[in-house]
Design a protein around this ligand. Sequence first.
Ligand SMILES: Cc1cc2nc3c(=O)[nH]c(=O)nc-3n(C[C@H](O)[C@H](O)[C@H](O)COP(=O)(O)OP(=O)(O)OC[C@H]3O[C@@H](n4cnc5c(N)ncnc54)[C@H](O)[C@@H]3O)c2cc1C
Ligand code: SF4
Ligand code: SF4
Length: 410
Amino acid sequence: MTGPSLSTSSGAPVWAPPLPPAADRGLCTDCGVSRMADARACGRACQFIKPDYAALETRVHGRARDASRPDELHFGPFRRMVRASLSPPRPDAQWTGITTRIAEKLLEAGAVDAVLTMAPDPDDRWKPVPVLVTKPAGMAQVRGMRMGYAPLLALLEPARAAGHKRIAVIGIPCQVYALRALEESLGFDKIYVIGTPCSDNTTTANFHSFLALLSNAPDTITYLEFRADYYVEIRFVNGKKREIPFLQLPISKLPADFFPLTCRTCVDYTNVLADITVGYMGGQGEQWLLVRNARGEELLDLLGDEVRLSAPGSKGKRAGPVKGFLANVQRAAGGLPLRRMPNWVRPIVGWLMPRIGPRGLEFARARVEMKAVETVVHLEREEPAMVKNMVPPHVWALVKPYGLAPRDRA
Ligand SMILES: Cc1cc2nc3c(=O)[nH]c(=O)nc-3n(C[C@H](O)[C@H](O)[C@H](O)COP(=O)(O)OP(=O)(O)OC[C@H]3O[C@@H](n4cnc5c(N)ncnc54)[C@H](O)[C@@H]3O)c2cc1C
Ligand code: SF4
Ligand code: SF4
C-alpha cells in the first residue's frame, strides 16, 4: 500500500462508497453520470455531445463570456484574476493547497456537509478514487494531483441519500460541465464548485508508462507537475527532486493514442463553470485564481490572511509558439512523427524559453490556444461528424488567427 486505506462505510470522515458500473459510451471520461439511477442523463449532461457554454455561463455567472472584456475569450467569465499562495503551503499539496484549504474551511465553518473529490487509491498513489469528505481533517488525505479520471459525479446520489443538503464539489472541467448541466435537478440546497484547469489527462495506466520513461524507479515518483517555466518537476519518495526542461521530455516516444481522444478534444481548459478556478498557468511560479462569481468571492474570502494575493504579470508573445505547435499537431494527427529538434539545439532553446517565451498570462493564453488548435485538428481527423455540435463558438474564435475555421459540410 502507498497510502491510507479508504473506508466504504458511510459514517467515515473520508468515505469511498461502492459505485455502480459505468454504462458503455463513446467519447466519455466516466464523469459518473452514466452510473447514476438515470444513466440517460448523459444525453443532456455531456460535454462531448453538444455543449452549450453560453447558456450555462449565463445561468451560473449571470452572463456569458464577453469577448470584449480582457481575457474572457480565453479564460471564460470572471470578476477578477489573481496570483496567490497559501502561507504556509500545505504538505503534499499540488501547489500550495488553496483548493483543499478552501474546502476544509467550508467544512470547518459548517457551510457544507460534505466535499466530493478524489483521494489517491491506497495501492496506487496516481489513481483517483471518488470520495466524500465530511470532516475538515479529511481534506489532508486528498491533497495533490492524480493522473486519470474517475466517476466523481456518481457520488451525488450517495451524498443525497446520506442526507447531505449543502455540498462542495472539487472537479476538472468535463466533470463540472455535467454537474452544472444537471445541478437544478439534483435536489441539493447549495453546491459550491471549486474547479481546477485540466489538460493532457490520460488513463492512470498510460501515465505509469510515461513515468517509466522518466526514471529507472518509476514507483518512487510521488509528484509531477508541468510548470509554467517550461520545466517538469518530479519528486521522489526519498525527498529528491528533478527538473526536466519540456524539450527534453520523451514525448515523441509515447504511442499516438497515449492521450485519449476525449482529452485531446475537450473544449474547456480553464473550468469556466466553476465558482472559482484554482490553477497555476498564469501564476508565474505561484497559483492562479479566477474568481468567477459572488460565490467564488465568498470562497476566496474564507482564506482570509492565510492567502497572499498579487496581480498577475504577462510577458512575451504567444503567436510564434502556437503556430509551431499547430504545425506539429498537424503532422502528428496525420500519422507523421513529431518534428524533433537536433540534440545540440535543445539545451539552447531550453535555456531561452523561460526567458523569452510567453510568461504569466501570455503563457496561459498560449496554452488555451494550443488546446483549442489541438481540439479542432484531432476532431476533424478522427470524428469529423462531431465537429459541428461539439466545438463551441469560442473555440473557433480562438483558432481563427491560425487559419482554422469551420468547414462547409453542406
Ligand atoms: C489531470 C490534471 C491536469 C491539470 N492540468 C493543469 C494545467 O494544465 N494548468 C493548470 O493551471 N492547472 C492544471 N491542473 C490543476 C493543478 O494541477 C492543481 O491541481 C491546481 O492548481 C490546484 O493546486 P492546489 O495546491 O490548490 O491543490 P490541492 O490543495 O493539492 O488539491 C488538489 C485537488 O485536486 C483533486 N484532484 C487531484 N487529482 C484529480 C483528478 N485526476 N481528477 C479530479 N480531481 C483531482 C484532489 O482530490 C484535490 O481535491 C491539472 C489538474 C489535473 C488533475
Ligand atoms: S463523460 Fe459523463 S456525461 Fe459524458 S458520456 Fe461519460 S459519463 Fe456520460
Ligand atoms: S483533459 Fe479534458 S476531457 Fe480529459 S480529463 Fe481533463 S477536462 Fe476531462
